[in-house]
Design a protein around this ligand. Structure first.
Ligand code: SAM
Length: 283
């Protein structure tokens, strides 16, 4: 267990830069991600009882989920406010929303911990894979409860730490071995709430808290494709590579793909199974 970043504001600046850097990668791999994870969006929207006409807040929406799934569900009488700290991620979310013909959502560039809507502003608050990026998520939960209407729900999903880290850790270790003068590993994320999610939500005052687990399977054509995916979408890996010359980056990817090949299926294809923990609580 770590105690979180020493300087939360500096940590958030780094987060913003790191997510801006991988926004194009998220756009590139979006289909792969959602082929494996759309059911998490659907489940969050169900758990929070998002229905036609509802007002929904999505925190740390990235390039637009679960905001877009919620916008489809609520129809023209409802409203989604989708927020994120990264302008680049939000720009892509906006483009995706208009490509989908959705006019019932707005985007707001904002640090989640500074959101300050009036009491009872939303019927549902959603957040997929965003809470773990926040240095002070437990006080954010108290604020979310305040912004919810009576009987409104907060539904969130976080990665199970054990299933999230192994392949990323291999990628980080190889980067550090290869680049002797590697830039320092990005500051560790705040204490991860996976095991504690249920109790943190209860402590924040939510009622009827329930937790469930969903498997998210990413399917890629090869170990090389998975390597490219990780380099493109992981803010940590991208940060480690960012100062390296192009040639060294290519060598790194080659080495990593070689290492990953041992995890490939017999036909060379690559499947990564992760656990996404969903939790819901009612005001
Ligand atoms: C793993 S992505 C998840 C994005 C999206 N919810 C999804 O499920 O595809 C994490 C997102 O959290 C955002 N983020 C990180 N720190 C944040 C903060 N302090 N406030 C708001 N958003 C933040 C990042 O910019 C990034 O878009």
């Amino acid at each position: 267990m770590n105690t979180g970043p020493t300087d939360p504001e500096h940590y958030k600046d780094r987060q913003r830069q790191q997510w801006d850097r991988v926004a194009a990668g998220w756009e590139k791999w979006w289909r792969t991600i959602e082929d494996g994870a759309q059911h998490v969006n659907d489940r969050l929207v169900d758990l929070a009882e998002v229905a036609p006409g509802k007002r929904v807040l999505d925190i740390a929406t990235g390039i637009g989920e679960p905001a877009l799934s919620a916008a489809i569900r609520i129809g023209s009488a409802g409203r989604v406010v989708a927020t994120d700290i990264s302008k680049q991620m939000l720009d892509i979310a906006r483009t995706r929303a208009s490509a989908a013909g959705l006019t019932n959502l707005e985007f707001l560039e904002a640090d989640a911990e500074r959101l300050d809507f009036p009491d009872h502003s939303f019927d549902a608050v959603l957040c997929r894979w965003g809470i773990t990026s926040l240095p002070n998520y437990s006080s954010l939960l108290v604020k979310i409860k305040r912004m919810l209407a009576p009987n409104g729900s907060f539904a969130t999903s976080v990665w199970d730490e054990a299933s999230r880290l192994p392949l990323t850790n291999i990628a980080i270790t190889i980067a550090q071995e290869m680049f002797h003068s590697a830039p320092p590993r990005p500051e560790p994320p705040p204490e991860v709430p996976e095991d504690a999610l249920e109790s943190v939500m209860i402590r924040a005052g939510f009622a009827d808290v329930r937790v469930e687990r969903l498997t998210v399977t990413l399917e890629l054509a090869s170990a090389e494709a998975f390597t490219q995916y990780l380099v493109d979408v992981s803010p940590v890996v991208a940060a480690l590579l960012s100062d390296q010359p192009r040639m060294r980056q290519k060598e790194y990817q080659h080495l990593l793909a070689q290492e990953f090949r041992r995890y490939a299926a017999v036909d060379g294809s690559f499947r990564v199974h992760n656990l996404s923990i969903c939790a819901v609580g009612r005001k």
